[in-house]
Design a protein around this ligand. Structure first.
Ligand SMILES: C[S@@+](CC[C@H](N)C(=O)[O-])C[C@H]1O[C@@H](n2cnc3c(N)ncnc32)[C@H](O)[C@@H]1O
Length: 302
């Protein structure tokens, strides 16, 4: 049985962390080298992916091998366990026609490359949103209200870096990239496809709120939203506040904490109506246009 300390971290892991901080960290200056060292311990956390039944064993083994390759070459800010949990939830069923996964906050594309591989196996497309200017500068009001680490400007990477990593390590052909602050992309208009899963990793409550505006109206019946920022007090408060969800009219969601950083948010009532209604409207408009064109051709012939 695992011995767990009151903080929820297994005792062995706490010892290992102390040892790492004392002996490894001071000796390695490159973040990527540190990530490689940590992989020796965390790689085993990919094991839930080997149990996913919706894809064949060979694909599962290849997937884990490719994830490890990404961990080796691309600096990222997640742990294998977190990605494995998100991918396992996505793999609960293959995609229905036109369904997508949304990633909000990609940095160098380490998580994006992994999600793209999983999406390709299951038939989803991956929509990636990022400012490509790092974490949005924090609201002065929030900054003065409480003590919280300020990530402003951190994790800036170019879209060229993302594209390169997707092409080299992921499945670029299933991805679309949407550059810009979330307030000008996701918050402006709901995602035009049915969204099956969302991964939010933007280090701020404002960004998280804007992502919700874009994804919830398009969320699939069994859609799930993952926040990788649940350790940040203002993000946690936002997600746990009933008022956040009032505007969507679908009740208060069930939030399950899956780790120190990761939480899964599931809405009971589903939200496919709007997207489907819009799609129907587009189809009707197209048919109307076609009928009008036919009438004009017939009138000209007469
Ligand atoms: C922690 S990094 C993402 C890490 C990545 N998911 C991974 O696992 O390696 C946060 C990302 O969110 C983006 N970001 C933060 N706030 C944003 C906002 N308001 N609009 C658009 N992008 C934002 C940053 O540019 C950055 O790439």
């Amino acid at each position: 049985m695992k011995r767990v300390t009151p903080g929820g971290v297994p005792r062995f892991e706490r010892r290992l962390r102390r040892w790492y901080t004392r002996w490894v960290r001071p000796r390695l200056s490159r973040e990527l080298d540190l990530q490689r060292v940590k992989l020796c311990y965390f790689a085993l956390d990919y094991w839930p992916l080997l149990r996913v039944r919706t894809i064949g064993l060979r694909d599962r083994l290849e997937l884990v091998a490719r994830f490890l390759r990404i961990d080796w070459y691309v600096l990222h800010s997640h742990r294998p366990r977190e990605i494995a949990q998100v991918c396992a939830a996505l793999a609960a069923r293959p995609a229905r026609p036109g369904e997508v996964m949304v990633e909000a906050g990609c940095w160098n594309g380490g998580s994006s490359a992994k999600f793209s591989l999983m999406c390709r196996l299951l038939g989803y497309r991956l929509r990636i949103y990022d400012s490509f200017q790092g974490v949005e500068p924090r609201d002065a009001a929030v900054a003065s209200e409480e003590y919280e680490y300020d990530f402003s400007g951190e994790y800036a990477a170019s879209d060229a870096t993302l594209r390169r990593n997707l092409e080299r390590f992921g499945a670029a052909e299933v991805c679309s990239i949407h550059p810009g602050w979330f307030e000008t992309t996701l918050a402006r208009a709901p995602v035009p496809d049915v969204v099956r899963a969302v991964f939010i990793d933007c280090d701020g409550a404002k960004g998280t709120r804007e992502v919700l505006l874009g994804v919830i109206p398009s969320l699939a019946r069994d859609g799930v939203i993952f926040s990788q920022d649940f350790h940040i007090p203002s993000v946690r408060e936002l997600l746990q506040d009933a008022r956040t969800w009032e505007r969507f009219g679908r009740g208060v969601p069930r939030i399950e904490r899956l780790g120190r950083h990761l939480a899964a948010v599931r809405l009971w009532a589903y939200a496919e109506h709007r997207v489907l209604r819009d799609r129907r409207r587009v189809r009707e408009r197209r048919m109307g246009e076609r009928r009008g064109a036919d009438r004009r051709v017939a009138a000209r012939r007469a």
